[in-house]
Design a protein around this ligand. Sequence first.
Ligand code: NI
Length: 140
Amino acid sequence: MGNELMRFSVAMPENLLMQFDQLVARRGLAKNRSEVIRDLVREALVEDECAELGREVMGTLTIVYNHHATDLESKLHEIQHRYLGSIISSMHVHLDPDNCLEVIVLRGESGDVRDIANMLLGIRGVKNGKLVTTTTGKNL
Ligand code: NI
């Protein structure tokens, strides 16, 4: 697969094109239509790869919890020790006297990463959280 730029034409409704041009403008002076389309295509390809079972992905899970919640911290630790092969790193931030934020970095098969994240998100006392997955995008 070559890396040279190929031209193609795209047809879309005028209203959609106007909104797209506003998006291009919001992304700054360094971006033009072609660059924003390339960004969107790469984003869609990475998202598609992450959804594919068996694919190796990286994930960052961000959670916010009240550290006074009963058993929460021991459960959080127990799961992280059980899956130490998939959990690469974590960062803990004390937000205020009660709340903590934790960012957990995972790497592994897409289904495993999602399952571990759901286990952590499901711990009673976790207020909110979100998993973001990505790939190396080797071919993009
Ligand atoms: Ni804390």
